[in-house]
Design a protein around this ligand. Structure first.
Ligand code: HEM
Length: 511
């Protein structure tokens, strides 16, 4: 073939390739341009919530990243999240594979992190049945008991208030799930062992900590060449022994005392569903993970907002005085008559989240949003931080903490419909929405009510104008954490008789 002919054929071939390539280019959502092969990998060097917030500002309600071939789609408006995760939930209800958590730390029954499969459906069903709105009432005494423990501890010394909150929710969960006695010390072996497990779960879920997640064949290396496998085997045995013991105690406690425990409720249903005791053990462990730091992170935001908005604190306390009075503390029955106070808790769940960049779903089929393709096997997450700022859904002042938005029409009928009447999206979307939401809502409502009834909350440090010194609410700690940056608080009893009421109540509650 002559040279001009070769050049001509090559030219036509390249042109044809370019035309075919451009016509088959997939209509992914917009996003930052990546490098060949690694795609947007280097973008992930920034804190995820900050990266997502910046990209949401730039690209709007949906954007797309490609990290070494893994598609990541991020939804930044309430409309996009409800459309993709609620209405297309048949395509977007799985979770991304996680080798370390699934295969090494547990036997795969990790409710919040397992793929959408038959076992997930079973554990989801029994957890749902054990954590219904009605079942949640069983934990009220524990909620009040631990509120009083917390109030007493804060009045004595509020310097470790974040740790006290952690202990409070661990104690509610340990007692409620396993019949464990109230935690009296940070050194309690169950508290220490469980938090050790929680930290290892967080480590397993943070991208980059285990290379095997990117290069799966590394799991076939012998332990002598893969120290991480040996370490995980050791901690697996330790974790299993702890949770197995707690589970067995929880079942035995319910039989002996006639009182309820989550372990006993799950055990009864699990056997009917054909689940093993090991499934129960890991389900309980993962429900503990899902239910403790989430609640204590939200309580940190409660203290933050009450200090940053003393007018809201006073208004809620006035309502409590009017409706409940000062001779007893608030109960569940009062909540229906406390519209302002309950709006404060709703607004808290709207305003901030323990999961600021959502909890990633995983798509099992292609789906579409406004002409953009969300391909099968994508990580699809809802950007809680950006959704919070969605003016269309929550009004012009969406970025601010303002419980009045539920009374002044800022939260319109469409938003109420899309959030199933709650006016917030704090518990996620679709089939994977939080299974502990009634447990969580009731805990926040009852505990915040006891605290506001008993205490005035202030910042420990004030500036020369007497204003509280607080970190910016628009900054978060590095990584994935969903609580405010550190600050110090100061609390005082609102009125002297509160002491007597709290002491009498404490006497009447189960240990
Ligand atoms: C205020 C406290 C809480 C908040 C704000 C919260 C929020 C969330 C969110 C945003 C999700 C992800 C939903 C999604 O993927 O669309 C979730 C999932 C989950 N939550 Fe909660 N949660 C809280 C408390 C609890 C409690 C108390 C429990 C257990 C007793 C719990 C158990 C779970 C579980 C197991 C999942 C995973 C569900 C699944 O993948 O099937 N959470 N939660």
């Amino acid at each position: 073939m002559s040279t001009p002919l070769v050049v001509g054929v090559a030219f036509v071939a390249i042109l044809t390739w370019l035309v075919v390539r451009s016509s088959t280019k997939k209509p992914y959502p917009p996003g930052p341009k990546g490098y060949p092969i690694i795609g947007n990998l280097l973008d992930l060097n920034t804190d995820p919530w900050r990266l997502f917030a910046n990209l949401a500002d730039k690209y709007g309600e949906i954007f797309h990243l490609d990290v070494v071939g893994q598609h990541i789609v991020v939804l930044n408006s309430l409309e996009a999240a409800t459309e993709v995760l609620d209405r297309h939930s048949s395509a977007t209800s799985s979770r991304a594979p996680n080798i370390v958590l699934q295969e090494y730390m547990t036997n795969g029954t990790t409710i919040g992190f397992m793929p959408y499969n038959e076992t997930w459906k079973k554990v989801r069903r029994i957890s749902h049945d054990a954590l219904t709105r009605v079942a949640s009432v069983n934990y009220d005494n524990l909620r009040v008991r631990e509120s009083i423990v917390l109030i007493d501890a804060l009045l004595q010394d509020s310097s470790e208030w974040q740790e006290q909150l952690k202990k409070e929710f661990a104690s509610i969960t340990l007692s409620g799930f396993f019949g464990y006695p109230a935690l009296t010390s940070f050194d309690d072996p169950a508290f220490v062992g469980i938090y050790d497990f929680v930290e290892r779960v967080e480590k397993a879920l943070t991208p980059g900590n285990y290379v095997v997640e990117f290069i799966p064949f590394l799991k076939y290396l012998p332990v002598s060449l893969a120290k991480w496998k040996g370490d995980l085997n050791v901690s697996h045995e330790k974790d299993y022994a702890l949770f197995r013991q707690l589970r067995d105690n929880g079942v035995g406690f319910a039989e002996k005392s006639g009182r309820n425990s989550l372990a006993a409720s799950l055990a009864a249903d699990a056997q009917k569903m054909g689940l093993t005791i090991d499934d129960e053990v890991w389900l309980l462990a993962l429900l503990f993970v899902g239910g403790t730091d989430t609640c204590s992170d939200m309580m940190q935001w409660f203290f933050f907002t009450m200090i940053a908005h003393p007018d809201v604190q006073r208004k809620a306390q006035e309502e409590l005085d009017r409706v409940v009075g000062r001779s007893r503390t608030p109960t569940r029955a009062d909540l229906d008559h406390l519209p302002y106070f309950t709006a404060v808790v709703r607004e808290l769940l709207r305003y901030r989240s323990p999961a600021p960049i959502g909890m990633p779903h995983y798509s099992t089929e292609d789906s579409w949003y406004k002409g953009y393709l969300i391909p099968k096997n994508s990580i699809v997450t809802f950007n809680q931080w950006a959704i919070t700022h969605d003016k269309e859904a929550f009004g012009e002042d969406a970025a601010l903490f303002n419980p009045d938005r539920y009374f002044n029409g800022s939260v319109g009928s469409e938003t109420l419909k899309e959030t199933k009447g709650t006016g917030h999206h704090g518990f996620g979307f679709g089939k994977r929405a939080c299974v502990g939401r009634y447990f969580a809502e009731d805990s926040l409502n009852l505990i915040c009510a006891q605290i506001l009834w008993s205490l005035n909350i202030e910042a420990k440090h004030k500036n020369e104008k007497g204003e509280p010194i607080l970190p910016s609410p628009n900054e978060l700690p590095p990584g994935f954490a969903g609580h405010p940056l550190p600050f110090e608080i100061q609390v005082n009893l609102r009125f002297p008789d509160a002491r007597v009421v709290l002491d009498n109540l404490k006497e009447s509650l189960p240990a």
